[in-house]
Design a protein around this ligand. Structure first.
Ligand code: CTP
Length: 379
């Protein structure tokens, strides 16, 4: 509930009698800011905002947790509580987030019911995950992780404040080969860029990530263009940036590459101890120059990873690369920069007051998008 609201969604709740054994309607009312539908025979509830109002109002229906019983009833078209009556009258996309004991999940009835529902394109499923379950069993049946759930809701399409916007992001390091087994690179893991991608997606944007070599696989519903070198990243970005509404360069691109790539593995005996380097292409600078020459251009956001005079260096980069915003990042601080799950940044606009943001990379991504979305509005 909280994560969906943070991503800009308005949320209303219907609860089954079973759900009310675990969580009170009052709590869900507090969190959603709206009265909760628990009983469609309650004339007061129906008069205020009944099950048919809910079905007409919603853009998407999320069933979380989707128990074995609830899935069976939905599949059969039964309408005997606030959730199933609302759902039976609903015409839009439905996301099921199954959660139950492993044996119940594995049961042929449940599998058949899920399969039947998913054969309709408007039904989607997220999870269940595997692991230790509430009842002590180990196996499939865990409710999907919070982030996965929110991303899956966004993946239903047509929802959120960035619907219709195309967002292009570079993320991760690049690798510049010396020979077939060695390369120059940096410790970037792509986490910040991928957090931005997931957050933009959660807000309804169409997202493409030009991604250097990283371990973490990006989420569904995000287009990934895998690249290795700065040259490949530049080509991938220049082919797409003109079509985008927002370009965020979060990649840690190698500034230099070896002048020569040896076709065979270099042997240490007789090898030179010196390495001749040449500059790589500056992806962001080239992209900025290209779109500044066009009639319509995306909002341009760069990152500046610095260890000293952070704001001063960042502002210089913003001007040199003609950006709308630069996200300045003091990578010498603990809990900020390469490989961490948290970050602390200052979002510097070309004109106006800088905004500070810190927290998980996803929190920081949300703040960055809040700030830059204002510039996006007028386009
Ligand atoms: N960048 C890029 N391509 C490069 C180098 C940088 O797209 N070859 C982008 C980064 O993704 C980041 C911004 O430019 O958004 C700043 O990168 P950085 O390397 O810190 O800045 P430079 O201008 O290269 O300056 P320096 O390395 O001297 O600090």
């Amino acid at each position: 509930m909280r994560e969906l609201r943070r991503a800009g969604a308005e949320v209303r709740v219907a609860m089954t009698p079973a759900a009310q054994e675990f969580v009170t309607p009052l709590l869900m009312q507090g969190l959603s800011g709206h009265a909760v539908l628990t009983d469609y025979f309650d004339t007061a509830q129906e008069a205020r905002f009944g099950h048919l109002d809910l079905s007409r109002w919603a853009d998407a229906f999320v069933v979380a947790p989707a128990t074995a019983d609830l899935i069976a009833r939905i599949r059969a078209g039964i309408a005997n509580d606030a959730v199933t009556t609302s759902l039976l009258a609903f015409r839009g996309p439905v996301l099921l987030a199954p959660a139950m004991n492993t044996a119940m999940w594995d049961n042929a009835r449940t599998q058949e019911n899920v399969k039947a529902l998913l054969s309709e394109t408007r039904y989607r499923k997220v999870g269940p995950g595997s692991g230790l379950l509430a009842d002590g069993d180990v196996g499939a049946g865990r409710l999907a992780e919070l982030g996965e759930l929110v991303d899956a809701v966004a993946g239903l399409g047509g929802l959120g404040p960035l619907v219709g916007k195309r967002v292009l992001i570079t993320a991760g390091p690049t690798r510049e080969a010396l020979d077939p087994v060695r390369f120059l690179s940096n410790p970037s893991t792509g986490k910040m860029g991928l957090a931005l991608a997931a957050e933009a997606r959660a807000r309804g944007a169409e997202v493409t990530v030009v991604l250097g070599p990283v371990a973490e696989a990006p989420k569904d519903a995000i287009t990934v263009v895998g690249v290795t070198t700065a040259e490949e990243m530049a080509n991938a970005v220049l082919a797409r940036v003109g079509e985008s509404d927002l370009f965020i360069a979060a990649a840690a691109v190698s500034d230099f590459r070896p002048a020569h790539v040896e076709p065979q593995k270099v042997k240490k005996e007789g090898a030179s101890a010196e390495l001749a380097l040449v500059r790589t292409r500056d992806v962001l600078r080239e992209a900025s120059a290209l779109v500044h020459a066009a009639s319509r251009r995306p909002v341009l956001v760069g990152f500046a990873a610095e260890t000293e005079k952070v704001l001063e260096h960042a502002r210089a980069k913003l001007e040199r690369k003609q950006l709308d915003f630069i996200v300045a990042n003091d990578v010498s601080q603990p809990g900020a920069g390469f490989g961490t799950d948290t970050n602390a940044v200052t979002i510097v606009p070309a004109a106006g007051t800088p905004v500070e943001a810190h927290g998980t990379k996803r929190d920081v991504a949300a703040r960055i998008l809040d700030v830059v979305a204002v510039a996006l509005g007028g386009r």
